[in-house]
Design a protein around this ligand. Structure first.
Ligand SMILES: Nc1ncnc2c1ncn2[C@@H]1O[C@H](COP(=O)(O)OP(=O)(O)OP(=O)(O)O)[C@@H](O)[C@H]1O
Length: 308
């Protein structure tokens, strides 16, 4: 559905994308993950034909997206990171307006607009002016615009950032619903728990390169590694130094009074963890073992990439 080979993009001398390649198959949700400034929006804007690129090949639905002839492809819908609207219009008026621009016949548009307002749960606010919409409502309206004319492929740039938990939940559910309806979805996000909830495949973009692209399940299996979270009464100052010398500890992360210990030998960890903690001589409030999350894996991969 989407194939990208060796894509390069420079802003002046600054090379944001250094030859990235990945594929998204039909009917899947692919999440492009990366820190702020990694180049996610740049990638989105290139794939949706909004900006030019320097080198590489892009195929969307079997058609080559030509660098010098970036015609917007009919089969795609796009929700940009910060969608802009005509705020004096109502949500419903705006959807009719966009339908008209896209050349959707009025009768077809009226059925579709009603359906979409239902789908994105904006029916009640449909006749209210957009200027009174919350960020979440605007995002839902943006999603409706992306879904107009039933595109096969939908691009969503940071669809859940800056939303409250309820709106995030709604949007994520709608993304899952789109997949059920056979859509192919390419989204970018830095909210890894959201990616973990909806994505089948992920690509990790870091320092201009894709450092992983594949099935989320495979990534988690590859990096399967238990983590111990230990909450201390107050943080031991020399903890990092002491724990880093322990053989079966791969890495540690310290946040407030919690130390997360990433383990490379679970049998050794089970036998020795209490002993190592007692050496720190600080009262422990709790100790819990868990599987690592996508966030843990992401942080470790990006850290490893830092040393390359
Ligand atoms: N038009 C531009 N001209 C020059 N530099 C740019 C331009 N657009 C983006 N950049 C730079 O390219 C890099 C990637 O930006 P981009 O917006 O693609 O990142 P992002 O991963 O989407 O980040 P965020 O999550 O913060 O939106 C950043 O360093 C940014 O400052």
């Amino acid at each position: 559905m989407i194939k990208v080979f060796n894509l390069t993009k420079k802003y002046g001398k600054y090379e944001v994308l250094k030859g990235i390649s990945f594929e998204v198959e039909k009917g899947n949700i692919y999440g492009l993950l990366g820190r702020n400034g990694a180049g996610k929006t740049t990638t989105m804007n290139i794939l949706t034909g909004l900006i030019d690129y320097d080198e590489g090949e892009i195929y969307i639905n079997g058609k080559m997206l030509n660098r010098n002839n970036r015609k917007l492809i009919d089969e795609i819908g796009y929700l940009p990171e910060n969608p802009t609207f005509y705020n004096y219009m109502t949500g419903s008026e705006y959807l009719y307006f966009i339908s008209k621009i896209r050349g959707i016949p009025h009768q077809k548009a009226s059925t579709e607009v009603e359906e979409l307002l239902n789908t994105v749960k904006l029916k009640e606010a449909a006749n209210k002016k957009i200027q009174g919409y919350s960020r979440g409502m605007k995002q839902k309206l943006g999603l409706a615009v992306a879904l107009l004319d039933n595109p096969e492929i939908i691009f969503l740039d940071e669809p859940t950032s800056a939303l409250d938990p309820e709106s995030r939940y709604d949007i994520l559910n709608q993304i899952l619903e789109m997949k059920k309806n056979g859509k192919t979805i390419f989204l970018s996000t830095h909210i890894l728990s959201d990616a973990e909830r909806v994505c089948d495949y992920v690509g990790i973009l870091d320092k201009g390169k894709i450092i992983f692209s594949g099935r989320l399940k495979e990534l988690k299996q590859k990096y399967i590694q238990p983590v111990y979270d230990i909450v201390f009464e107050n943080l031991p100052t020399n903890a990092e130094e002491k724990l880093n010398n322990v053989k079966w500890i791969d890495d540690i992360k310290i946040e407030n009074d919690i130390i997360s210990i990433y383990v490379n030998d679970i049998e050794a960890a089970k036998k020795n963890i209490l002993n190592e903690i007692s050496k720190l001589s600080i009262p422990v409030i709790s100790l819990q073992r868990r599987e690592n999350t996508l966030e843990d894996i992401f942080i470790r991969m990006v850290k490893q990439n830092e040393h390359l």
